[in-house]
Design a protein around this ligand. Structure first.
Ligand code: ZN
Length: 125
């Protein structure tokens, strides 16, 4: 009877370790860091995988207003009062696709390369 209890405890610990290992490996492989730039300056970085509920981010400048909608794994321009609305029509930001750019408001939403130098990106006109 006592042996059985130990086997159950040992199995439980093993399962917890396995679960933790799967969690850690998955977490490392699926970071989805997105950077939001305004006027060539990094305003905010978001890990799309850590977003648990839909959030709106409001950006306003003398050029105009943008509302960015963030949800788990997704980011898009929900609203903008720019004349062309290209950023809104762009839809979801995809990893293989082009960044979401609001040219009139100088707002850029793009995936961050963890190895890239932010200054180099910000300096490119
Ligand atoms: Zn726009």
């Amino acid at each position: 009877m006592k042996n059985r209890v130990w086997i159950i405890i040992f199995s439980a610990v093993l399962l917890i370790c396995l679960g933790a290992w799967i969690f850690v490996t998955n977490f490392n492989f699926s970071t989805n860091i997105v950077g939001i730039y305004q006027d060539n300056r990094l305003v905010k970085t978001i890990d799309l995988n850590s977003v648990t509920e839909e959030t709106e981010i409001n950006l306003s400048s003398e050029k105009g207003n943008n509302t960015i909608l963030v949800s788990n794994g997704h980011i898009r321009m929900k609203y903008a009062d720019c004349p062309d609305k290209i950023c809104v029509k762009h839809g979801d930001l995809t990893e293989s696709g082009t960044p979401i750019i609001c040219l009139p408001h100088k707002v850029i939403i793009q995936f961050e390369n963890p190895n890239s130098d932010v200054d180099a990106v910000a300096g490119a006109e």
